[in-house]
Write a protein that binds this ligand. Structure first.
Ligand SMILES: Cc1cc2nc3c(=O)[nH]c(=O)nc-3n(C[C@H](O)[C@H](O)[C@H](O)COP(=O)(O)O)c2cc1C
Length: 222
């Protein structure tokens, strides 16, 4: 019965909320595709403002491929990407029966954190997160705000208790990164670490103090 013989595409849902840090999802998407993973992309309405502000790209549903290509930089094969409009509650990720490996919210706003913690499902990002949690799939919440108030901290605890990984967009400097892109890649690499996707985005801690300074650039990607 059914179509068990057909290969099933099982994407990671990458949801971009309207927090500062649009290079983070670009790095995550590039690395997922490089690892051979499929991506279902959701871009919140507010994220269009951050993207416009930080990159000059006006993201359009009808032209998402061209706009995503500009966002990711040239040369990325987008055949593994499927795009869903932010208000589309009929989208695949709205249902638990839609095959997905899990969901990465990169970056997450305090508003998206609240909506996910309370199960509001007021847009596709929040609905897909609710589905991800109820299906017991991995949910990574890469929150970007500073400072954090008590309301958001309580929402983050609620998400942690619900099984999500709360992973602040907070780059570490021990990996030897000196450029903004290297610091972005560190955060993106930690997001992929949280869901076990292999990558070469940053130099892992080796157990040796000062290794990154002693061998600058040498270990990155190893
Ligand atoms: C340029 C810009 C930068 C913003 N940066 C942040 C941020 O870093 N963190 C945050 O929580 N909200 C930030 N916001 C506010 C959110 O976009 C706003 O709260 C919005 O309602 C979030 O909606 P969403 O969660 O559906 O994307 C920013 C807004 C703009 C226009």
């Amino acid at each position: 019965m059914g179509n068990e013989q057909l290969p099933t595409r099982r994407p990671w849902i990458v949801a971009v909320a309207g927090a500062s840090g649009t290079p983070y999802p670009a790095a995550v998407i590039r690395a997922l595709l490089a690892a051979g993973e499929a991506v279902d992309l959701v871009v919140s309405r507010a994220a269009r403002l951050t993207l416009l502000d930080e990159t000059g790209i006006a993201f359009r549903d009808a032209h998402w491929q061209a706009d995503l290509a500009a966002w990711l930089g040239g040369g990325t094969d987008l055949s593994g990407v499927r795009y869903w409009a932010a208000g589309d509650f009929a989208a695949g990720p709205s249902s638990g029966s839609y095959p997905a490996k899990g969901m990465l919210v990169v970056p997450a706003t305090t508003g998206a954190v609240a909506g996910m913690a309370l199960g509001l499902s007021k847009d596709l990002l929040q609905r897909a997160a609710a589905v991800t949690l109820k299906e017991r799939r991995p949910l990574v919440v890469c929150v970007r705000e500073a400072p954090l108030d008590g309301v958001t901290l309580r929402h983050l605890v609620a998400l942690d208790e619900a099984g999500a990984v709360v992973l602040p967009a907070s780059p570490g400097f021990y990996a030897g990164g000196s450029t903004a892109q290297e610091l972005v890649d560190f955060v993106a690499g930690r997001v992929l670490d949280a869901v076990g996707v292999p990558h070469t985005l940053y130099r892992r801690w080796s157990g040796e103090l000062g290794a990154a300074r002693a061998h600058p650039g040498g270990g990155r990607g190893a």
